[in-house]
Design a protein around this ligand. Structure first.
Ligand SMILES: Cc1cc2nc3c(=O)[nH]c(=O)nc-3n(C[C@H](O)[C@H](O)[C@H](O)COP(=O)(O)OP(=O)(O)OC[C@H]3O[C@@H](n4cnc5c(N)ncnc54)[C@H](O)[C@@H]3O)c2cc1C
Length: 511
């Protein structure tokens, strides 16, 4: 029986599932290699995956699935990722409506579509990207126009994984040209389109840096008519449908890439033990050992974080930041891991006779697909910036005993003073002594002196007009930050107030 690393919080069913998929992958590695060399899509392995029921972890039992949650989906993706094209097709099949239908589908839609997701009888593809819509996913130009009980689709999608081999295409199309809807992201609607629908055709298959035998390409909608039944979610709610699925998408998309690192680690141990240079196996060389240690470290961290995020999803949370971190970390780690593994094994590793060069190429794809690293960073920053836990004002108070500012919970010595121009200027000038380079927010000012916001604002405007402080305004013209000018500092306190020298500084050198 193959050994699969499990986590203690997995259920017994999830642990069993991991072993089962892990064994299946071991048994099918050679066949996957064959398909890679023949550059053929591995239909027969995909059929076996379906027969085993491995497409079903994310689907509830009532619709024929295994109900193993996002964790189960990641387990399958991680293991199947070792089978190259099979892993990619499994992943997009999960992304092609599973989460979207579960959250936004009607009961009839769930009954109609989820069993075929679970039993793998229908492979799915997810279709967001277009010639004009990449990172700016809302800029879709494919249109869906209502005609009686049907929708008519026109446009093109590109970079679609499993294009051609997929049976079910989950697409996002524009249903409104109203600028007001566009502004509120209410211009998109999501639909399911089945292969074989008249007017729906395959346009091109991309010759890519990786995905050697996993098709990725362009599809074309030429007056494609689909019933209203195929609309998922309300008209104009496609953006919400897309966003709701993104956490799962980023997570499972990064789990599939990390699966192969197990093979990389085994290969580097195998190779470096057998490669002799300077009369000794290269695994005795310290930097080779360090590189392998780095690979193992990154692998363990990436796995741990991915399954931690999957657990959050399964607990009903919306781990937006965590899913982006998992995607960013796993894919950037993978580029580093594969680059290091190649360095460790030298020239042999650059030949196609060993798997490392292929993994290196695939790794680069990870940094772009399903939202580039830059987009993940934007999400991590923007959503973190909204969290109260990262936005705690840090109060420094002057401590006369040590003659230095200390991080403190104490009130300011100005607290409770009457709010007038003189006192407010003192508060703002005093801040210069501790924070000479930064501004105060209006909340910082109020925290120091207390009292009415309106009065503070009036006094601040007065001080600004007198040239005693400068105000930094936001785009709407609202005062956000304030800081004392030279004139203000001089008016608030004598020069001596701001001076500070270390004890060792010679009196004779002061002027
Ligand atoms: C192998 C592969 C498989 C794919 N499979 C699918 C699929 O199945 N379905 C699907 O719909 N799509 C798929 N895609 C498309 C993929 O999601 C997009 O390629 C990706 O979102 C980036 O879009 P883009 O390639 O148009 O790059 P662009 O959006 O044109 O980006 C170019 C550069 O600009 C940067 N950039 C753009 N906007 C910003 C910003 N606001 N701030 C900072 N930097 C920015 C990007 O980070 C990048 O560095 C696939 C792509 C690949 C390569």
């Amino acid at each position: 029986m193959v050994e699969v690393d499990t986590f203690f919080w997995w259920s017994d069913e999830q642990k069993e599932f991991a072993k089962k998929v892990g064994q299946f992958v071991e048994d099918n590695l050679e066949e996957a290699e064959l398909y890679f060399w023949k550059q053929k899509f591995p239909h027969s392995i995909v059929k076996k995956v379906a027969k085993e029921g491995f497409f079903g972890p994310g689907v509830p039992k009532q619709y024929g699935g295994l109900e193993l949650g996002a964790t189960g989906g990641c387990i399958a993706a991680e293991q199947l990722g070792r089978l190259y094209a099979v892993g990619h097709v499994f992943t997009v099949s999960m992304l092609a409506g599973l989460e979207q239908i579960l959250r936004f589908g009607t009961e009839e839609q769930k009954e109609a579509w989820l069993p075929s997701v679970a039993d793998g009888s229908e492979i799915g593809a997810v279709c967001i990207t277009e010639p004009f819509a990449g990172s700016d996913a809302a800029n879709v130009m494919t249109t869906a126009t209502k005609d009686g009980d049907e929708w008519v689709l026109n446009g093109k999608k590109r970079m679609i994984t499993a294009a051609g081999v997929a049976d079910r295409y989950f697409i996002y199309a524009k249903t409104s040209d109203d600028p007001a809807n566009r502004k509120q992201y209410a211009h998109i609607t999501s639909f399911v389109v089945k292969k074989g629908t008249p007017g729906f055709s395959l346009e091109k298959i991309n010759p890519l840096i990786g995905f050697d035998n996993a098709p990725n390409g362009y599809i074309d909608f030429d007056n494609v008519r689909i019933p209203d039944f195929n609309r998922v979610g309300e008209v104009g709610k496609g953006w919400a449908v897309m966003m709701a699925a993104l956490n799962f998408e980023r997570l499972i998309g990064s789990a599939v890439l990390i699966g192969g690192v197990k093979d990389i680690i085994q290969f580097t141990f195998h190779y470096t033990k057998r490669r002799i240079q300077f009369n000794r196996p290269i695994n005795r060389i310290r930097n080779i050992q360090f590189d392998i240690a780095d690979i193992i470290t990154k692998y363990k961290i990436a796995r741990l974080y991915s399954y931690h995020t999957a657990h959050q999803l399964d607990s009903g949370m919306e781990p937006m930041i965590e899913a982006s971190i998992a995607k960013l970390m796993n894919t950037e780690y993978l580029v580093d891991i594969t680059r290091k593994a190649i360095q460790v094994c030298g020239g042999d590793a650059l030949t196609k006779f060993y798997p490392l060069e292929r993994m290196y190429r695939e790794a680069k794809i990870g940094e772009i697909v399903a939202g580039t690293s830059e987009i993940q960073r934007l999400i991590i920053y923007r959503f973190s910036a909204m969290l109260p836990r990262w936005n705690v004002p840090i109060k420094f108070r002057w401590n006369d005993e040590v003659n230095a500012p200390l991080i403190s919970k104490r009130d300011s010595r100005f607290k409770g003073l009457e709010i007038n121009e003189e006192n407010l200027l003192k508060v703002i000038a005093d801040d210069y002594k501790i924070n000479p380079g930064i501004y105060m927010t209006l909340d910082d000012v109020r925290e120091d002196i207390g009292g009415s916001r309106v009065k503070i604002k009036q006094s601040i405007e007065f001080l600004e007009n007198q040239g005693l402080i400068v105000c930094h305004r936001d785009r709407s013209g609202k005062i956000g930050l304030v800081k004392a000018t030279y004139k203000g500092l001089s008016k608030a306190f004598p020069k001596e107030y701001y001076r500070w020298f270390p004890s060792w500084y010679d009196e004779a050198d002061k002027f």
